[in-house]
Design a protein. Structure first.
Length: 607
């Protein structure tokens, strides 16, 4: 029986139920979760080799639509069960916020898979509204098209007109001033809108992803403003258009207790609107359904949540039911804008290691660090006396001297702290060599959330997991930027257990998992590297095996130059003219220049 070293990366935590290590030491994608049969499982290394056998360039994103389907089905099953077992008298009908991943293959697939669920889309800008309209033409006519974000006259007018195309479009009012825009557009186009109001709740979501929640949040209307908008609509004979209440307290809500508080608060506003005479009908609980990036299920940081689909759905349903029953209001349709939880698992970023270089050791040995630390700390009694002296002099007349003394003590303490951390790291890594793995990727283009907000993603080799990793490494990208590295991993580790690249034979492949949300849209053009090639992998089902389809090319060098307003054809001509002047425009040189314009900026093959 072979040894499985997947535990070094906590794959059993964050990977459940979609990723496991198989008997060959490779990661297998379990497309149907725990119900996946051995025939349906997809060997990730085999899929990578199949995708690249024709010369496709790394980095690549492998998408697994079967996993996307399983996530969508699981969410709806969770709500169906919660509704059934709590005697809730309405139903669930969700939407996908396209800002999470606007790629056409992802959006269209969700609409196709969700047609029987009346699954819809949420848009937050004019381009996203156009995208959503295009996709929903092939969806269920009952599917919601929820329009959020700031809205000018063109946005509102397009949303209104879309109702003439039999799309179930709902304009959500985020600001009091938007009422005037909607009323004016409605009268001009002679189209009655369906409206919602976004509530700015007092319930807050801790951590980075909840920074816009609470009464000082960026979006939505406070309770008094909500009722004021309803009165304005009533004055314009449009109160009957108000049919939805929406809120969003941020992504990655860590615990169900926060979810329950938010839903109860919002349901109270919803019931009050009903009692004011608004027909209402739908409570949109927004996003926030999180995923467990570090696999701890602790909910103690932005990287973890302490619940799954079942607990989330049960909390939402019970909270809405409780308040509606108390206020004798009919149960509303429940809508959520779950994005991250739906699409994160279905995409895996794969890149290859170019070389691993041993990093130089610290210039000071552990003994030297200990000696310097002893010198800084000195006699504890003397240190205590210095502190007392600083405090007493502050109470006297010589304040300037006191401040200087205190500043010196502060700098002294900071130096002790720095040396202590440095010593701790050296002792922890005693006897281990650290390697810099140069990877064929750009952190800025492919995992911008790591660079921008230190969002951690599970990262690990996709093969050789029957072998014990012998090295510890950090990942360096191709950009000429000191931030172009990954040196922090789930669990707080500053290195990753990795294998010797030289012993890998046909290449050493690393995967970044759970990165299907936001990264493609946020990726930037630093060093003009751009995005990856996109590949779709589908299981052949009980027959075994899988199919691979190339669905999207990463941007070429010419594409990236065009994005910065260069004309590649003109550039090629300028280069050719200079080359001809020098008498060096040979066939080989012409081929080389043409090839570089037409290939991705990442490293690939041989000249």
């Amino acid at each position: 029986m072979s040894t499985n070293f997947g535990y070094l990366y906590n794959i059993a935590g964050w990977g459940e139920p979609y990723f496991v290590v198989n008997s060959s030491g490779n990661i297998s994608v379990m497309i149907n979760g725990v119900e996946t049969t051995s025939e349906e499982a997809i060997d990730l290394l085999a899929a990578v080799k199949k995708a690249t056998e024709g010369g496709l360039q790394f980095p690549i994103i492998l998408r697994f639509p079967d996993v996307l389907k399983h996530r969508l089905d699981s969410l709806h099953t969770a709500f169906a069960n919660a509704i059934k077992y709590t005697a809730y008298t309405s139903y669930y009908q969700g939407v996908f916020p396209v800002k999470v991943n606007q790629n056409r293959d992802v959006v269209d697939k969700l609409i196709s898979l969700g047609k029987d669920y009346n699954f819809g889309l949420e848009a937050g800008s004019k381009p996203e509204l156009l995208l959503a309209m295009n996709s929903l033409i092939n969806g269920s006519p009952k599917a919601y098209l929820v329009c959020n974000g700031y809205k000018d006259m063109d946005y509102v007018s397009l949303a209104l007109v879309s109702r003439n195309f039999d799309l179930n479009t709902i304009i959500v009012l985020e600001l009091e001033d938007e009422v005037d825009t909607v009323v004016a557009a409605s009268k001009k186009l002679n189209i009655r809108p369906v409206l919602g109001i976004r509530a700015r709740l007092l319930t807050t979501n801790p951590g980075h992803f909840g920074s816009t929640s609470g009464k000082h949040g960026k979006f939505g209307l406070l309770e008094d403003q909500i009722y004021a908008v309803a009165e304005t609509l009533k004055e314009n004979n449009m109160l009957d258009c108000l049919k939805l209440l929406h809120f969003h307290i941020g992504s990655q809500i860590p615990t169900t207790s926060i979810i329950g508080s938010a839903v109860r608060e919002a349901t109270g506003y919803y019931c009050n609107l009903v009692q004011m005479g608004a027909p209402m009908g739908t409570l949109d609980v927004g996003g926030g359904l999180g995923i467990d990036y570090d696999g701890t299920r602790s909910g103690e940081s932005d990287m973890s949540v302490a619940y799954g689909f079942e607990e989330y759905a049960s909390t939402v349903v019970q909270a809405a039911r409780l308040v509606c029953n108390q206020k004798a209001v009919a149960h509303p349709v429940l809508c959520s804008e779950s994005g991250r939880a739906l699409v994160s698992h279905q995409s895996i970023l794969i890149y290859d290691a170019l070389v691993a270089v041993e990093e130089p050791s610290d210039s000071l040995t552990s003994d030297e660090l200990i000696s310097r630390l002893d010198d800084l700390v000195g006699n504890p009694t003397t240190l205590h006396a210095n502190l007392k002296s600083a405090v007493r002099s502050r109470d006297g007349s010589n304040n300037d001297a006191s401040l200087v003394h205190a500043d010196q003590l502060k700098k002294h303490g900071v130096e002790i702290f720095k040396l202590s951390r440095r010593l701790a790291k050296q002792l922890e890594a005693a006897g281990e060599k650290t390697f810099a793995y140069h990877m064929n990727l750009s952190v800025f283009s492919l995992t911008p959330d790591f660079w921008g907000i230190k969002q951690l993603f599970p990262i690990m080799p996709i093969h050789r997991l029957q072998e014990k990793p012998t090295q510890k490494g950090t990942l360096l990208d191709l950009t000429c930027d000191s931030d172009g590295k990954v040196d922090l991993f789930i669990g707080g580790a500053q290195t990753l257990p990795l294998h010797d690249v030289k012993q890998s034979g046909g290449g050493y492949y690393i995967g970044t998992f759970l990165a299907g949300a936001y990264q493609e849209a946020l990726g930037n053009k630093h060093n003009l590297f751009g995005g990856p090639n996109l590949v779709q992998v589908e299981s052949a089902g009980s027959a075994g095996g899988f199919t691979v389809a190339f669905v999207g090319a990463g941007p070429t060098a010419a594409n990236q130059l065009q994005s910065m307003h260069y004309d590649p054809a003109e550039m090629a001509k300028v280069i050719a003219d200079r080359a001809k002047e020098t008498g060096h425009w040979t066939e080989t040189e012409q081929t080389l220049v043409t090839k570089v314009f037409g290939t991705m900026p990442y490293l690939f093959g041989e000249l």
